[in-house]
Write a protein that binds this ligand. Structure first.
Ligand code: NAD
Length: 337
């Protein structure tokens, strides 16, 4: 059994911890928290071994009546691999700790690409992470774009992708984020960071991206235009995308008209937290004009990177090849709608 540690038990870390517990070939070594807040209490409730991320704060956990198994350095020493799900920039600060104990580490999309040996998306470049010590699972938006572009590149060839990303202002629990009542080109200048980030997965891809931020918390929405090398019909594109387990093709007649209903549907799938791990692609939006493909997709920012972290563990430690790992992760997390 591969022992996986989680450092940073927030939006992403909590989900990855549960996903690790669901894997037959992995066990959760423990989770590290800086404070004895509600997230620490939830970890204790689930019976997850809890470690203090900052040694000086051990007394605060004791005062809150939350038992600790130790401090983060003991957790990192004990684990075969660590998933760092700390806020952007903290992962880079933690790298020395992981190197000190010779523990391979997975970082999240908020870290710079040059921190790691390779950026990672299971469908896009699984093999690049084999035997790597430091790997970054790309952001929610880059994950969503990589999953879509990988099969298009393989089957039809991609001359150029152009994507406008309408991004949620913050996650539901991020009460300090915005905008509250505005529509912001963000950034105002081109390109948004997403295009260059997708190129960390597909270095030879031509892609331009524009970003906006809107007063929403549910999901991101992408307006996608891809000029293909060949000229398939819209049905051929739909059939190709339908074969991908991490693309959920919203069929006509489902009545899912936006992120609200997509997550309402996900709520009742019984996965816990109402997570939608798959890209939600509107089948009806898939259109071809000569070699130009157009479509809309929505991305559940809080959950789409979760299966990717699980697959990154297997890639780095050589536990399975791409197809085996994706299949195992999908089966255990009930992915593939
Ligand atoms: P979050 O704020 O929800 O969770 C981070 C957790 O780390 C919090 O519990 C915080 O208390 C804890 N923490 C802070 N400093 C720490 C330290 N030194 N040691 C241990 N724990 C520490 O953040 P998040 O949304 O889960 O984001 C984590 C990473 O995932 C970021 O790189 C982010 O860019 C990336 N990401 C976030 C999303 C998203 O939409 N939330 C999607 C994809 C990727």
């Amino acid at each position: 059994m591969t022992r996986v540690a989680i450092n940073g038990y927030g939006t992403i870390g909590r989900r990855v911890a549960d996903a690790v517990v669901a894997q037959p070939d992995m066990e959760l070594a423990g989770v590290a928290k800086t404070r004895p807040n509600y997230e620490a209490e939830l970890a204790a409730r689930r019976g997850y071994p809890l470690y203090a991320a900052i040694e000086d704060r051990v007394p605060r956990f004791e005062e809150a009546g939350i038992d600790l198994a130790g401090t983060v350095d003991e957790l990192v020493d004990d684990a075969d691999i660590v998933v760092d799900a700390c806020p952007s920039g903290i992962g880079a600060e933690n790298k020395d700790l992981y190197e000190e104990y010779d523990t391979p580490a997975i970082y999240q999309g908020g870290e710079d690409a040059d921190l790691v040996d390779t950026s990672f998306n299971a469908r896009g470049n699984f093999e690049d992470a084999v035997d790597a010590d430091h790997v970054r699972v790309v952001s929610c938006n880059t994950t969503g774009l990589s999953r879509l572009l990988a099969p298009l590149r393989e089957e039809f060839g991609v001359e150029k992708a152009r994507v406008t990303l309408v991004r949620r202002g913050g996650d539901p629990a991020q009460s300090g984020r915005g905008p509250i009542n505005d529509i912001l080109p963000n950034p105002i200048t081109l390109p948004s960071h997403h295009g260059p980030d997708v190129k960390t997965i597909f270095p030879d891809l031509a892609i331009d991206t524009l970003g906006l931020k809107v007063p929403a918390t549910l999901m991101h929405t992408h307006s996608v235009n891809v000029t293909l090398d060949s000229e398939p019909s819209a049905d051929e594109v739909r059939d190709l995308l339908a074969e991908e387990s991490r693309l959920f093709m919203i069929r006509p007649g489902m009545g899912i008209d936006g992120a609200g209903k997509a997550l309402d549907y996900a709520d009742d799938l019984g996965r816990g937290r109402g997570d939608l791990f798959e890209n939600a692609v509107w089948s009806e939006s898939v259109s071809m004009e000569d070699r130009d493909l157009y479509l809309f997709q929505a991305i559940h920012q809080e959950s789409d990177v979760v299966p990717e972290n699980v697959d990154a563990v297997r890639a780095m430690l050589g536990l399975a090849d791409r197809d085996e790992s994706i299949a195992r992760t999908d089966e255990t997390l009930d992915i593939g709608l």
